[in-house]
Design a protein around this ligand. Structure first.
Ligand code: ARG
Length: 275
């Protein structure tokens, strides 16, 4: 299945504050290296047969390069392509949302506006489709709130799409996409230590194969990989990951993301699949 990804160039990318435990500011972002890594990610996606669209970077929005968060993208036969704009926890990131919404609006996506009130919901960082689109997994605790997920659930109910809330308990794995990565309809890769026990038990019920990675692998953003047309884009490979990918017939494609890891992000965070 051909896929199209939306990316945002890292023109103004930087680490300026601490929104997650990776953003220590110990070593500054190497801007040249960041640009080269972004270009390499783009090329790796193209190698995997993914078409690339881009949105223009905006001065002052240093996290805008993380294109996964500003909107949740979906499709339903009743309404076609749609987005749900996020309510981001940090105000600097909240300002990114309008630019993305405009981008999608101009391309005829239906915009499902949800009134989140004081609750938060952070797009595809915390909301991940089952590959067959039968349900949405929704991480909450550090960024999205359970209240935000209830609002989404209400909106998705009208389309008959179930939302499965999963509670996160380790601040290093603050978005669902840092500890949970569907590989195909039957298999998912997770770091179990990131989940509350009840959520871990529940998620097992939806998959035939649950592949576990270690804390060290997860801290190295291995669960933040991108599955695309038989490839798995990942910032690093371990023996354990190799075995998992071989079993699921995926080919690893290594893309270094050291500069983005300083901001708590890697491959998956830097794109949004839009079809
Ligand atoms: N610095 C960004 C933040 O904390 C990183 C976002 C990573 N995105 C993701 N989908 N995990 O908001």
């Amino acid at each position: 299945m051909p896929k199209t990804a939306l990316l945002c160039p890292p023109t103004y990318f930087d680490v300026l504050d601490m929104k997650n435990p990776y953003m220590l500011g110990e070593s500054p972002v190497d801007k040249q290296k960041a640009r080269a890594q972004w270009e390499a990610l783009r090329r790796a996606l193209e190698t995997a047969g993914v078409q690339i669209e881009t949105i223009e970077a905006v001065p002052g929005l240093e996290d805008m390069v993380f294109a996964a968060n500003q909107v949740f993208v979906g499709y339903h036969e009743k309404i076609g392509k749609f987005i749900v704009p996020s309510n981001m926890r940090f105000s600097s990131r909240q300002r990114e949302v309008a630019y993305y919404v405009e981008w999608f609006r101009a391309r005829d996506y239906k915009v499902i506006e949800v009134d989140f009130g004081d609750e938060y919901l952070e797009g595809s960082g915390d909301l991940i489709w089952h590959p067959d689109r039968s349900r949405i997994y929704a991480g909450h605790a550090f960024r999205s709130t359970i209240g935000g997920i209830w609002h989404l659930e209400e909106a998705m109910q009208k389309l008959g799409i179930p939302v499965i809330a999963l509670e996160l308990i380790d601040e290093r794995f603050y978005h669902l996409d840092t500890c949970f990565c569907p590989l195909n309809d039957d298999a998912v890769l997770i770091f179990p230590g990131a989940f509350a026990q009840a959520s871990l038990d529940e998620l097992h019920g939806y998959w035939q194969r649950v592949h576990e990675i270690s804390e060290e692998e997860a801290a190295g953003f291995i669960a933040n990989g991108i599955v695309a047309n038989g490839h798995f884009l990942t910032p690093r490979v371990t023996g354990n990951l190799e075995k998992i990918l071989a079993q699921e017939k995926l080919k690893p494609l290594v893309v270094e993301t050291s500069e983005y890891e300083k901001s708590g992000g890697s491959c998956f965070c830097m794109k949004n699949f839009i079809d």
